[in-house]
Each structure stands twice: as C-alpha cells, then as structure tokens.
Unconditional design. Sequence first.
Length: 175
Amino acid sequence: MIEIEQLSASQAQPLVGALCDVLQGCVAEGASVGFIDANDRAVMERFWQDKIFSLASGDNQLLVARLHGKIVATVMVGYSAMPNGRHRAEISKLLVHPRARRMGIGRRLMQQAEQLAAENGKTLLVLDTRSGDVATDLYLSLDWKIAGSIPHYAESTAGVLDATTVMFKTLRLPA
C-alpha cells in the first residue's frame, strides 16, 4: 500500500538516511537531479539538511511516499520569497526510487504537490527536467506545458552537458 504524507522539519530530521537512500538510488540510475556522484553520501546529507531547514522556515514543503512503511519517493514544493512571485511555486526533487517505479507513485506525488500549492494560494507552478527524460511524459499527462529548453544546462552522471526543459502549469487564473 502506498501512503503519501507531508513531513515537517521535525518529522523529516530523523529520516535523513531514508531520504538519502531515495536520492542515492535515483542518482545511481542516472537521474539528473543536481548530483553527479551517487556515492557522495555526505553531499546528499547536506542537501537534505538544507532542505529540512527550509521546511522549518516555510520556504519549502516536502511530500514523501511510503511503500510498506518505507520511504520510496519524494517531491518538494518551493515557495518564492520575492514579493512579485508570491503567486507561484516550484516543484522539485520528484524522486522515485528505482525499485518503486511504474506504480503510479510519481503521478500521485505530483497531484498531491499541485493540491498543496493550490491550498497555499499558488496559481502558477514551474519545474525543470532533463530534456528527453521519461518524466516529461508524466508532466505532459498532468497538463503541464513546455515553456522551452536550455541547452547544456546540467552535467549528467555520465559527464555530458544535457539540456533542460522548463515547464509550467496554471492552477487557476488570478482574479
């Protein structure tokens, strides 16, 4: 059974190891999620510690999916601190551990993330993903639109500079 929950900073803190396991599994499979060395656990732990700090400040919200009680996927909703961006949120770190893929977990997390953003008054969502990744098909099936692409955006785990595709979704038009 898949369970999705939002974690506070205090709930996430003792789960850093499990969050790193998901991230490490994705990077080991070549995911373009900001990391190029799946064995650099210290960098991944620092990343999650920084994100937990941002949960406490309200800059981000974290959703996790559990399968049989074990965390197997994550997604973050990030909020703009700038006055002209209070209406938008950024979706990031949609990570599904390779052992938990093809079960609809990513779709459910995205739907929950969109709902969470809407509940927080956000009307525009943005994200970026490596051009050509299977995640693009998921986002398109959830009515996301492609804004464009940026060549040579991020180094892959293979040492190649890949393009990224920038996407957006309007939740509801502002009044």
